[in-house]
Design a protein around this ligand. Structure first.
Ligand SMILES: [Zn+2]
Length: 210
């Protein structure tokens, strides 16, 4: 999947749990499509004095606009009410008709982070109910074999992009240089060189992930 620059400008939104998820799971796709108008929202850590400025610095490199929410993200990962997630999305995301919305998989990307799963579920549900408008909805398509290995593309993903080396390096630079993750951290070692998505179009939903 590579969408060339000469195509018309697309409105694209990325809805994630944490500052760094946008770069980890779809940063290459963002960097490879600089003609898109990217709007990135992260629902947690808006008041985190460490992570929030790093997110803003990452947005600059990604040539994106963005907003941050501050949903609970404590270590207990208490379940959030769908209503609360929905309210936060609507308070952060400009109410446009998007060409693409990209978000978490309802099954998450690794074993396991409840916020990723909750947000993927809610965005999918809002899109199905046409409360979020997008021609296409893309869900991250990664798995880690129940924690056996680092997250990798799911074999049945609809879209798979092997990132050019310079794009992957730029993405890794955001993770290690801007977000300050150590080169041996989970994040740096994970930083996928191939990005993978499930793609839903025209509201014909196929429950591939269930
Ligand atoms: Zn995350």
């Amino acid at each position: 999947m590579y969408i060339r620059k000469q195509q018309i400008i697309n409105n694209a939104a990325v809805i994630v749990a944490h500052p760094d998820d946008e770069t980890l799971w779809t940063g290459g796709t963002i960097l490879m499509n600089p003609a898109f108008k990217w709007q990135i929202i992260t629902l947690c850590r808006g008041n985190d004095p460490d992570r929030a400025p790093k997110f803003n610095a990452a947005l600059k490199v990604l040539h994106a606009e963005g907003e941050m929410g501050d949903l609970d993200d404590g270590p207990e990962q208490k379940p959030l009410k769908p209503q609360v997630i929905k309210k936060t999305i609507f308070s952060l995301l400009p109410p446009l008709e998007y060409d693409i919305i990209i978000t978490h998989n309802p099954e998450g990307e690794y074993t396991r982070h409840r916020r990723h799963e909750e947000i993927g579920r809610e965005v999918l549900s809002l899109w199905k109910k046409r409360k979020l408008f997008a021609r296409e909805l893309w869900l991250f398509a990664y798995e880690d074999g129940g924690g056996e290995y680092l997250p990798r593309p799911r074999p049945d993903a609809d879209l798979e992009t092997k990132l050019p080396k310079n794009i992957w390096q730029e993405k890794l630079r955001i993770i290690t240089g801007i977000y300050d993750f150590h080169s041996q951290s989970f994040e740096a070692r994970t930083t996928p060189a191939t990005e993978a998505f499930y793609r839903f179009t025209d509201h014909e939903i196929i429950e591939k992930t269930n």
